[in-house]
Design a protein around this ligand. Structure first.
Ligand code: FAD
Length: 122
């Protein structure tokens, strides 16, 4: 979307692979837009610091560089919340199970199958 607004966009990814876990058909469509919008993708680059001038990057060998930017959007990996609801409820109800993203952040299918298997064994 930003590229379509004629912004110069760079995606910085810590791992060596862009679009990890993305479904193939979504990836194909996205890569076409990435190409069309001249979006630069930098992999194996860790963000060390966000400064007034941009983003301080560290590569796999520890080399540092500055990637100039006037706006930075942070979209890091998702993780389960720090909620301890299950622990708080334990003892007040006969049985309690933690499933889906509350257990660890994954995909819809995993949450659905865990719900199914848990309910099946009740
Ligand atoms: C931006 C984004 C994009 C995603 N894209 C995909 C995708 O393309 N494909 C895919 O497979 N998965 C995707 N996922 C992951 C997928 O959404 C989750 O794996 C799935 O929704 C997990 O289901 P769940 O039932 O465990 O949790 P949720 O769907 O999060 O449901 C938990 C529910 O519990 C409610 N809740 C929380 N605390 C309380 C409380 N104290 N009392 C009552 N209710 C409460 C919440 O409001 C929420 O409605 C995406 C997730 C995000 C955030």
């Amino acid at each position: 979307m930003l590229a379509k607004m004629e912004k110069k966009v760079t995606v910085i990814e810590e791992s060596d692979h862009f679009g990890r876990d993305m479904e193939a058909h979504t990836m194909v469509g996205l890569m076409a837009e990435v190409k069309e919008g001249n979006v630069e993708i930098l992999t194996s680059k860790k963000i060390g610091e966000i400064t007034d001038g941009g983003v301080a990057l560290i590569d796999g060998t520890g080399n540092k560089s500055l990637h100039e930017a006037d706006t930075v959007m942070v979209a890091l990996e998702l993780a389960p919340s720090e909620s301890h609801l299950a622990e708080e409820l334990r003892g007040n109800v006969k049985e309690i199970y933690t499933i889906g993203d509350a257990k660890s952040f994954r995909r819809m299918m995993k949450a659905i199958s865990e719900g199914y298997v848990t309910a099946y064994h009740l």
